[in-house]
Ligand binder design. Structure first.
Ligand SMILES: Nc1ncnc2c1ncn2[C@@H]1O[C@H](COP(=O)(O)OP(=O)(O)O)[C@@H](O)[C@H]1O
Ligand SMILES: [Mg+2]
Length: 364
């Protein structure tokens, strides 16, 4: 089945599109692209992300992003010379604007919730292709945190009978999937380790290309120690982190230091929190990195220096580091399409494995 995966992550940098021919035991990736958001669109998304806002802004943005996601797929098909009509299924993660995977007290009840926007009915209508979207809600309904969902795909792509591996995605937030040698899917552990690029992005106002600033800067050890004292990093999984943890409030910690030193300290926070998370598991021979952070040469250098395993990238296994999450949602859509579960209860904390997503049917 030819499937397109669409996602925009917590970095809110753009829409990642990947197209693959997927079978029960096969995966042929045809190509991928990232279609960046125009700055006003990015600003509008951030303005409704975990903020007090007008419901009208959310509704409008939901439909606007539906258009943009459809266009991103159309443009990618053109660029790759893949006929849009040959795509049989779309898995669209959408754009998360709120995620509270752990229940909070609300109106006398305990409520966990999540919201991804980019209206699937619009994507289906514009493309004429069936869309599966809203992947996280079914897991939350089953008592899970709604995240992470990529571990199902990491298991499928990277599990090995004799080698222990960890898949590490460095997006806005960093997360790992632990694949012990020979382990079955019910033993997969996965969680957010803490910040990925988000703090560095916040400090620079864009991003630290190839880690050039961090490489020049000096780590403020006292500040680093203070940040590492956050109890989040020693919590047992499952656990998820989000924009809310590493936003404007968090950046205030970095006031009054030179920019390059702040970025060096933020980079080291990412490195140390990943390193602590990885250290919790024995017998890991390989760490397989993906996400935008894998382009940060300095970050990768530091990870190679501190991790007790060979640090590779998903590209070493044929999956471009920028395409992995989009491919993951293509594979999850493929599973849902076949009526099969896509969450990993040991990773999300759900009571059971459930079929993810809801379908928007194309015009007949
Ligand atoms: N060449 C590069 N050097 C350093 N960092 C980069 C580079 N390319 C991308 N990044 C980082 O990757 C981020 C985007 O990563 P991505 O995997 O798309 O995250 P998300 O899933 O949160 O959207 C950018 O915001 C930037 O911080
Ligand atoms: Mg992104």
């Amino acid at each position: 089945v030819r499937v397109a995966g669409l996602i925009s992550g917590t970095s809110v940098d753009g829409i990642d599109v990947a197209i693959a021919d997927i079978g029960d035991n096969s995966l042929a990736i045809l190509g991928h692209a990232t279609v960046p958001y125009a700055p006003p669109v990015r600003d509008a998304i951030l303005a409704v992300s975990n903020r007090d806002t007008h419901t009208g802004a959310i509704a409008r943005l939901n439909f606007l992003l539906g258009e943009l996601f459809a266009e991103a797929l159309q443009r990618t098909c053109e660029r790759l010379s893949i006929p849009l009509a040959s795509v049989e299924l779309i898995g669209s993660h959408g754009q998360t604007i709120f995620h509270e995977g752990s229940p909070v007290e609300y109106l006398g009840r305990r409520v966990a919730s999540t919201l991804q926007i980019a209206e699937p009915a619009v994507i289906a209508e514009r493309t004429g292709i069936r869309v599966i979207a809203d992947f996280r809600s079914a897991d939350i309904a089953a008592g899970g945190k709604g995240a992470p969902l990529v571990p199902f795909v990491d298991y499928r792509l990277f599990r090995h009978g004799e080698i222990g591996r960890i898949a590490l995605n460095i997006g806005g937030i960093a997360n790992i999937t632990v694949l012990l040698a020979g382990a079955e899917i019910d033993r997969v552990i996965a969680f957010d380790t803490g910040p990925g690029n988000m703090v560095m992005d916040g400090l620079t106002g864009s991003f630290d290309r190839d880690g050039a600033l961090a490489r020049r800067g000096r780590v403020d050890q006292a500040l680093l120690e203070r940040l590492l004292a956050d109890p989040y990093y020693s919590l047992a999984p499952p656990k998820t982190a989000g924009r809310e943890q590493y936003g404007a409030e968090f950046l205030k910690n970095f006031q009054a230091i030179e920019l390059e030193d702040t970025v060096a300290t933020a980079a080291e926070l990412t490195v140390q929190t990943i390193s602590r998370a990885v250290a919790g598991y024995m017998g890991i021979a390989e760490v397989i990195a993906s996400g935008g952070g894998a382009h940060n040469g300095f970050l990768m250098e530091r990870l190679r220096a501190v991790l007790p395993a060979a640090v590779k990238t998903s590209a070493d296994y044929g999956i471009d580091v920028d395409a992995k999450e989009a491919i993951a949602f293509a594979i999850l859509a493929y599973e849902s399409f076949h009526g099969r579960p896509g969450n990993v209860p040991s990773a999300t904390g759900a009571r059971r494995a459930v079929v993810l997503g809801t379908a928007s049917e194309p015009r007949p």
